[in-house]
Design a binder for this molecule. Structure first.
Ligand code: FAD
Length: 287
C-alpha cells in the first residue's frame, strides 16, 4: 500500500529503524522487529547509510522483510548524494521487484571526506527523477527549525516546496523537542501552499551524550525543561530512559490534541521504547 493513502483514514503512527552496522549484529534488527510488530505501526521506515555506510542492500533486505515477513507496510530511505542516475534506476527497480511501494527520497549530508556523485545535488532532483520513472510513493524530509545548512527557515521552506512540486506526497520532520516550533512550521508550510500530510518526528531521548551530538549536527534547540531532565537524571540510566519516554509521550499527546497528521517515532531499534509509548497513546491516537 502507498503510505500517503493511510492519512485519508487515520492519524498515522510509524517507526524508523536502521540496519545494524556489522554482520555480527545483523540478527538484532529482526529481534527488534519481533517486538515492534506488537505495537501496531502503520508503517516502518528503514534508513539508508545514516551514520556512514552506503549498503543499500541492507535497507532493501530489511524493508522487504518488514513488508513480507512482518506484514507491515515499509518505506525504504534512499540518499541521492553519493549515487549516480544509473544506480538510482537500479535501486528503484529492485524496490519494485521486491514489492516495496514507498521510498523516502533524501539528499544526504555533505561530508568533508566524500565527493558527491554529482547527479543529485538536492533532494528535489531525486524526487523528480523517481517520479518520472516509477509509480513509487515518494516521501521527503523537512525541518521545523530549518535545515542547518540553509540560511533561513523562509528559504528552506521555498526549497521544501520544490520537493513537493517535484512529486513528494508526504513529509516527515526532523525530530524537535519544542512543539511550538512544529506549529509555527505548519503555519509557514500552509502559507507556502504545501498541503500534503506532514508527520511529526519524535525522538524519545534516553542518553545525554547522544542527544548533545545530534543536536549539534542537526541544529535542534534544547528547551530548558528538557535540559533540566537530562541534567538531573544523567547518572541514572533507568530514570533518564523513563523521563525521556515521558517527555516524548507528553509531546505526542499535545500533537494529537492539535490534530497532527501523524507521528513518526525515531526509536533507535528499541522495541521497549516503542511499546511504552504505544501503550500510553494508543487510545488517544485512535480517538
Ligand atoms: P534537501 O531537501 O536537498 O535539503 C538540503 C539543504 O539544501 C537544505 O538546507 C535546503 O534548504 C537546501 N536546498 C534544497 N534545494 C535547494 C536548491 N535548489 N538550491 C539551494 N539550496 C537548496 N540521512 C541519511 O544519510 N540516511 C537516511 O536514511 C536519512 N533519513 C532521514 C529521515 C528523515 C525523516 C530526516 C528528517 C532526515 C534523514 N536523513 C538521512 C538526514 C538527511 O539526509 C540530511 O538532513 C541532509 O542534510 C538533507 O537531506 P534532505 O533530503 O532534506 O535535503
Amino acid at each position: 500500500m502507498k503510505t500517503s493513502k493511510l492519512f485519508k483514514e487515520k492519524t498515522v503512527l510509524s517507526y524508523e529503524v536502521f540496519p545494524p552496522k556489522t554482520e555480527d549484529d545483523a540478527h538484532t534488527i529482526y529481534e527488534a522487529l519481533d517486538g515492534i510488530r506488537e505495537v501496531m505501526p502503520d508503517f516502518i521506515s528503514v534508513t539508508y547509510g545514516a551514520g556512514g555506510g552506503t549498503n543499500c542492500a541492507k535497507t532493501l533486505e530489511i524493508a522487504a522483510a518488514v513488508k513480507h515477513q512482518y506484514k507491515i507496510e515499509s518505506v525504504a530511505h534512499l540518499r541521492g548524494i553519493d549515487l549516480s542516475r544509473q544506480e538510482v534506476l537500479r535501486i528503484i527497480s529492485e524496490l519494485e521487484e521486491n514489492g516495496i511501494e514507498n521510498v523516502l527520497a533524501l539528499r544526504g549530508d555533505v561530508m568533508p571526506d566524500t565527493v558527491p556523485a554529482g547527479d543529485f545535488r538536492y533532494a528535489d532532483e531525486l524526487v523528480a527523477f523517481i517520479r518520472e520513472r516509477s509509480d513509487l510513493d515518494i516521501l521527503a524530509a523537512c525541518y521545523p527549525e530549518g535545515h542547518p545548512g540553509c540560511e533561513s527557515i523562509a528559504k528552506d521552506i521555498e526549497h521544501l516546496k520544490r520537493k513537493v512540486d517535484a512529486g513528494a506526497s508526504q513529509l516527515i520532520t526532523q525530530f524537535f523537542l519544542d512543539n511550538e516550533d512544529f506549529y509555527r512550521f505548519l503555519e509557514r508550510t500552509q502559507a507556502a501552499g504545501i498541503s500534503i500530510p506532514i508527520q511529526a518526528g519524535i525522538m524519545p531521548v534516553t542518553n545525554r551524550k547522544s542527544i548533545e551530538r545530534m543536536v549539534k549536527m542537526c541544529g535542534i534547540k534544547l528547551p530548558k525543561k528538557f535540559m533540566r531532565i537530562m541534567e538531573r537524571y544523567e547518572h541514572s540510566p533507568a530514570a533518564l530512559r523513563d523521563a525521556g519516554i515521558a517527555y516524548a509521550i507528553d509531546q505526542i499527546i499535545d500533537l494529537l490534541a492539535h490534530d497532527v497528521d501523524g507521528i513518526h517515532l525515531y526509536i533507535m531499534n528499541k522495541p521497549y521504547t516503542a511499546k511504552r509509548i504505544y501503550e500510553a497513546v494508543q487510545n488517544i491516537i485512535s480517538a
